[in-house]
Write a protein that binds this ligand. Structure first.
Ligand SMILES: O=C(CCCl)NNC1=[NH+]CCN1
Length: 330
């Protein structure tokens, strides 16, 4: 088996990407944020208070002849950005890009935090982290990828995110048309359950490459790149007018400033994030102050290679034993 589905940016700064999925019988279509940084599959639902729903599509299990309540099971999750949700659990038929899983655990939201209510283009999340992170209690549930893995031609999924264009999530195969050159694979540490790998270093603009280990997670569910303060200050030192603003919660700079590129290493390979991806967005519509796509991870306790970095590569999430992660140019 294989599957392939579009990853569509939800706004003009690629804050997140959504992918269509169908749930139940007859099929209900929702747009989910595929998230390699978590492992719960949750949806806005008929259980979500109307006051917390602002145009999102909802899943109604009572309209699906194949839905079954997972008695006595609940879930509750808080993400790295402080957003949160919780609720009940059903199992139902679930399809992504032609790839179907019967009896997929679908977590229905009874409560979502304000940032999910405000994100009107996201109808829920589909976790692609390791199932050890799943929050369902008393029995944790498997991710869509873990449920599908045995029937896939190859136990992999690939991520091809694009700037202001539709990319793809492929399951079960590696599409040679989506990348150039070789794929550089490096080990993954599955503890505690993220796709954690170690980058081999970085360079700012045309500067020299600094070889150093930077351990972090490949996270499609996070918009920006969060790295150690020393690296981030070295970057913004090259940006005139840049400052680390407590007010705006990170590095900002005049939108007119020239930004260097940012290069990161994976093994012997080098990936360059274009300046345009790092000139992330005006801090408010029409403002001449811009917020950076590269920020410090010091407040997080973890380094995160989010969409700003993933957009610069074709990434293979290899779920074999042991798992590895592969990066290629495109
Ligand atoms: O929660 C994280 C970071 C884990 Cl360290 N990524 N996934 C996600 N989903 C929604 C916001 N962020």
């Amino acid at each position: 088996d294989t599957g392939s589905a579009a990853a569509v940016p939800i706004d003009d700064v690629d804050i997140a990407y959504v992918t269509p999925v169908t749930i139940g019988t007859p099929p209900q279509t929702l747009q989910l944020d595929f998230d390699t940084g978590s492992s719960d599959l949750w949806v806005f639902s008929s259980h979500t208070p109307a006051s917390q729903v602002r145009g999102q599509e909802i899943y109604s299990p009572n309209k699906s002849s194949t839905a079954k309540l997972l008695e006595g099971h609940t879930w509750s999750i808080t993400y790295g950005d402080g957003s949160a949700s919780r609720g009940n659990v059903y199992v139902d038929n679930f399809t992504v890009g032609g790839l179907s899983v019967a009896q997929q655990a679908v977590q229905t939201a009874q409560q979502v935090s304000s940032s999910f209510t405000s994100e009107t283009n996201i109808d829920g999340l589909l976790g692609l982290g390791f199932s050890t992170l799943n929050t369902v209690s008393p029995k944790s549930q498997l991710t869509f990828f873990d449920n599908a893995k045995a029937s896939l031609d190859s136990p992999v999924f690939t991520v091809d995110l694009k700037a202001q264009a539709a990319g793809t999530y492929d399951f079960g195969f590696i599409d040679k048309a989506k990348y150039t050159g070789e794929i550089t694979y490096v080990p993954v540490n599955t503890n505690p359950g993220y796709w954690t790998f170690t980058s081999s270093g970085y360079a700012v603009g045309s500067g020299s490459f600094s070889s150093q280990s930077i351990t972090g997670i490949a996270d499609t569910g996070t918009s920006l790149v969060y790295l150690p303060t020393a690296i981030v200050t070295a970057y913004y030192r090259q940006v005139s007018g840049a400052t680390n603003s407590r007010n705006y919660g990170g590095y900002v700079f005049p939108c007119s400033s020239a930004l260097p590129t940012f290069t990161f290493g994976v093994g012997d390979a080098r990936f360059t994030i274009p300046s345009s991806y790092i000139s992330y967005s005006p801090i408010a519509p029409g403002s001449s102050t811009c917020f950076g796509g590269l920020q410090s991870s010091s407040g997080l306790g973890i380094n995160i290679w989010g969409d700003v970095a993933l957009k610069a590569a074709f990434v293979v999430f290899n779920g074999a034993n042991p798992p590895t992660i592969g990066w290629a140019k495109k």
